[in-house]
Design a protein around this ligand. Structure first.
Ligand code: F6R
Length: 604
């Protein structure tokens, strides 16, 4: 969601804030703003749309000052207008916020009755007004901010800046992450370490409920009860190359292309001399059931995981969408393991589901990309996917990274349950080791896919079909296409087609069929022929055997290398991603920052 940054620097803050916001723009991009204190005076600039607009505005209306806060917004309350853009200001207080203040209506009424009516539609402005109210009553800035925080319900990361205070930012975290960066005589605050990467590598993560008085000398941190808290300063490794486009037109293109390397790196980390080395703590011997919880693409990774765990380890698996999970009161076995899959590790629904499972299951395991994230830290065990920073809003390398870790866990479970011998596991690991090479071959189909995408970009609706392990891939292919090209797309289990969706088929609706030549292939081909009999245009994504067996009649056939059957979903993710990518490029949509979306969804 929104990105937050704060600077107490030695140099002018505005350019530093802008640079840091650029690195956070992937989180939200419908408006942006900064506020600084200069010669004791608080002032701000805000602009609707991409950060570039704010940067242009600052050329004409510069903002001096070495202390400042900045924000890039993903609107929750109130439209994306300048008035609703952050920082919000009331009298001597300016505030930037990520999250939702759930009790803002009550607070608003209370403050309006006191003559402090809001000027915007946002929940955030209430925070600034409340702090101002406490200052009007005579509280100094620190106390006013602390008193304000006590009144807030919901999830937030906040930074306060005050008139007359050129060496103070109050930072607070509840539900949304916030990191404090330590420089030499300078201090920084950011929604995540990426924002602070070139400024410092010494980071303190605030914990749930913490707030901090940040000055150039350091940060005084307090816990939720107002007690002084010691939080570690950690040295983080931030490979800046991984947050550059490196010659690619889009982050998404770079991240798709990185997958063979990411896969090889992760395999090297988890498989040593041909032997699977997951942490001992992942022990499935006593486990009777698994519950997977995630959102979006990560949820589809879990659906694939279900096939693997059931088939290899014989373990029953439930897979839930995080935002639904808590509300259906699922009965949970104390011998079960709950597994939470999340690229960002900050997805509010997934985190809430994790907390819901605490004390109900034997173990909470997470599969994350960001190892310092809330989900990682609140799990009994966090398994990193090691994909490196993913900037493109549409998840690509994180998806295949999640699939790999789930596949490795399923193999571990199969061993623990006595369903596979070491030799059988080792054979499967050898199969996984072929994936980086196969992925490279799949990537070489990019030009061919780009040609197909030009035609696809002219359509309004697309269906994706898959059977068995390829069914979740059909869902993922459709999600990828709709989120970045805005073409309506749906994924279906091939066999479901004639139970309704076939009514949509005509010459205008392309149907993408994802079907390696496996034991289910013939059945999928039958479904494909049902489409073709109704003049549907079929794009068949298969291997050479599948292409030969399918015979003529498809609109297009895309041939991938043959892949070990079990792990085909990992390979088939690549054409699904490339198809979405090239279609979006052909349509001219914003690939890395598609409309209405944000990278890290920290509100429920
Ligand atoms: C789609 C996409 C989203 C995320 C979902 C969960 O391309 O990126 O559907 O997968 O928002 O996010 P994480 O994995 O960060 O929990």
């Amino acid at each position: 969601m929104c990105g937050i940054v704060g600077v107490l620097g030695k140099h002018e803050a505005a350019p530093v804030l802008l640079e840091a916001l650029k690195r956070l723009e992937y989180r939200g991009y419908d408006s942006a703003g900064i506020a600084t204190v200069h010669k004791g005076q608080l002032d701000r600039r805000r602009a609707v749309g991409k950060l570039m607009n704010l940067s242009d505005l600052l050329v004409h209306e510069p903002l001096a000052g070495k202390a400042g806060i900045g924000h890039t917004r993903w609107a929750t309350h109130g439209a994306a207008t300048e008035r609703n853009a952050h920082p919000h200001r009331s009298g001597p207080v300016a505030v930037v916020h990520n999250g939702i203040i759930e009790n803002f209506r009550e607070l608003r009424e209370e403050l309006t009755a006191k003559g402090l009516a809001p000027e915007t539609d946002t929940d955030t402005e209430t925070v600034a007004i409340l702090a101002r109210h406490y200052m009007d009553e005579g509280m100094p800035p620190r106390e006013a901010a602390a008193a304000t925080l006590k009144r807030l319900e919901g999830a937030f990361a906040l930074c306060f800046l005050f008139d007359g205070e050129e060496d103070l930012i109050v930072a607070a975290r509840k539900g949304s992450p916030l990191a404090i960066g330590h420089g030499e005589g300078e201090m920084f605050v950011g929604s995540d370490a990426i924002a602070l990467a070139p400024l410092t590598d010494r980071i303190t993560y605030l914990e749930e409920g913490d707030y901090a008085f940040v000055t150039r000398d350091g940060a005084e941190i307090f816990d939720e009860e107002g007690r002084r808290a010691n939080r570690e300063v950690t040295q983080i490794k931030m490979d800046s190359a991984r947050i550059e486009k490196a010659g690619y037109k889009h982050f998404m293109a770079k991240e798709i292309a990185e997958q063979p390397v990411v896969m090889a790196d992760a395999l090297a980390a988890y498989v040593k001399s041909g032997v699977l080395e997951l942490p001992e703590a992942v022990d499935f011997r006593e486990v009777d059931r698994l519950t997977f919880v995630a959102c979006g693409t990560a949820y589809y990774a879990c659906l694939v995981g279900k096939y693997w765990f059931e088939e290899l380890a014989g373990l029953p698996v439930d897979v839930d969408i995080a935002s639904e999970f808590r509300y259906r009161e699922p009965p949970m076995s104390p011998k079960s393991v709950a597994i939470f899959v999340s690229q960002s590790g900050e997805t509010a629904d997934t985190l809430a589901a994790l907390r819901f499972c605490r004390d109900k299951v034997a173990r909470i395991v997470s599969v994350v990309n960001v190892v310092t994230s809330s989900i990682a830290r609140e799990s009994d065990l966090a398994l990193p996917i090691r994909a490196g920073v993913e900037i493109g809003v549409a998840s690509t390398k994180a998806f295949t990274g999640q699939l790999l870790v789930l596949a490795l866990m399923a193999l571990k479970a199969a061993g623990d349950k006595g369903r596979m011998t070491d030799a059988e596991i080792s054979q499967r690991l050898d199969e996984l080791a072929t994936l980086p090479g196969l992925m490279n071959q799949a990537l070489s189909r990019s030009n061919q896919i780009s040609e197909i995408a030009k035609e696809l970009s002219e359509t309004r609706d697309v269906l994706f079909l898959g059977r068995g392990r390829m069914f979740p891939l059909a869902l993922e292919g459709a999600l990828k296409l709709k989120e970045i090209s805005y073409i309506h797309a749906e994924g279906y289990a091939s066999g479901e087609l004639k139970h309704g969706p076939i009514a949509l088929i005509d010459a205008h609706v392309p149907v993408v069929v994802m079907a390696p030549h496996d034991k289910l292939f013939d059945k999928t081909v039958s479904n494909m022929h049902e489409v073709m009999a109704r003049h549907g245009r079929v794009l068949l994504i298969t291997d050479a055997k599948g292409a030969a067996a399918a015979k003529a009649g498809t609109w297009k056939t895309l041939t991938l290398p043959e892949v070990p059957e079990l792990f085909a979903p990992i390979l088939y993710a690549i054409p699904a991603q490339l198809l979405a990518y090239h279609t979006a490029v052909a349509k001219g949509t914003d690939v890395d920052q598609p409309r209405n979306l944000a990278k890290s969804v920290t509100v429920e």
